[in-house]
Design a protein around this ligand. Sequence first.
Ligand code: GLU
Length: 482
Amino acid sequence: MSVRVRYAPSPTGHLHIGGARTALFNYLLAKKMGGTYILRIEDTDQARNVEQAEEKFLENFRWLGLLWDEGPGVGGEYGPYSCMERLDIYQNYVDQLLAEGKAYSCYCTEEELEKEREALLTKGQMPRYMGRCRHLTEEQKAAFEAEGRKKTVRFRVPEGKIIRFTDHVRGEMQFESDGIGDFVIVKSDGIPTYNFAVTIDDHLMKITHVIRGEEHLSNTPRQILIYQAFGWEIPEFAHVSLILNQDGKKLSKRDESIVQFIEQYRQLGYLPEALINFLALLGWSPGGEQEIFSLEELVEAFSLDRVSKSGAIFDTEKLAWMNGYYIKQADLERIVELAIPHLQRAGQIGESFDREWVTKLVSLYKEQMSYVAELPELAKQFFEEQVVYEGEAAAVLKEEQVPVVVAAFLEKAKQLPDWNADSIKAALKEVQTETGYKGRALFMTIRVAATGQTHGPDLNQSLELLGRERVVSRLQNVLVQA
Ligand code: GLU
């Protein structure tokens, strides 16, 4: 039997790192097993659907490279691939359960349900529906209808049953049906609930493995009861652990210590292959020392039994390191393309600019960047007329060699026939011979005087890019102040 998995996001906003990780695990299993990865839009919660969110979701997945074999825009044999287009399909199955007495209409009002909840809580019991409408006669139903009460459809949960399943991540699971209470499968607006729609869809789409977040664990027994009511085969389940923040606490969407949405990473100039690599290791481990994996290598190495049961700590520094690694490996032109809008937004370059110069600038910082949005700040010395010497830089300029070294290099700088990294390097060598200062006393002095910074990329190239005029004027200023 061929593996069929799905990721089924509700388009309620932006694509969260947790959702992207779930999608990735599904994708990896499908590809590893030569199976099919399906994307399905779970849009039954109309109040939470956000305009155009679906398109944004799809765009994020495309950007990450997690392309689906069936789903929106791609089609497939088992469509449509969004719940709201499948309402007729669900209706047939609701009718079947109603006809077989496995579901029933419920006329309870919000207030009645709330009262029942409170009463159970007061008694120290788990709040659940106690079945008030379970055995309504036709007359009682008619009376409620005449009152104009709204109705929902509830699933009749069998009493005294133990629901068992083996989870690929969590092992043997068991739930008592008596703790569940008859749950709603069709809301008063006629739209099925998540638990119902997901079961029908997973069955009809022949899903073999349901891989999703741990937060859905308590939904699984409900879904199993629905499979059983129809006499359908139950898929395998894997509930992936939560993502934790650096303090080991459950990551809340409001936690500002972590950037949480794929779009934000994209805007910051993270590379999709870095995110994929990082997310794969968030809760799954290949069991070796290797940390850098391409998508193909992940497919090769992936297995559900190496998905961890404990929560996965989101290590932002590791992500920055990993992204830096991928930036270093990336084609220079690609990083230049990503950098241009950041430099423009920072006002550092305009609509038209010297592409060759920008390319050199990016190449200078490519080794150092963790993500592209850092560039304007890292490279600000190239865009400021005046440098301000502060802190460590100011301290360096107080050292005794400064007037001698700066004056000597200034003379050379003015006279060099060509201003480029090679000629600058040669000039610095001459300054060394003439003044006797070398190493840090020479290079740090010139770096600080010309850039205002004590650290930075290659000095010769930096000076070339700054341009002779700017270097000369900065050196003159240092001499005046010295
Ligand atoms: N729509 C659910 C979610 O976004 C999907 C849960 C599932 O995979 O069954 O969490």
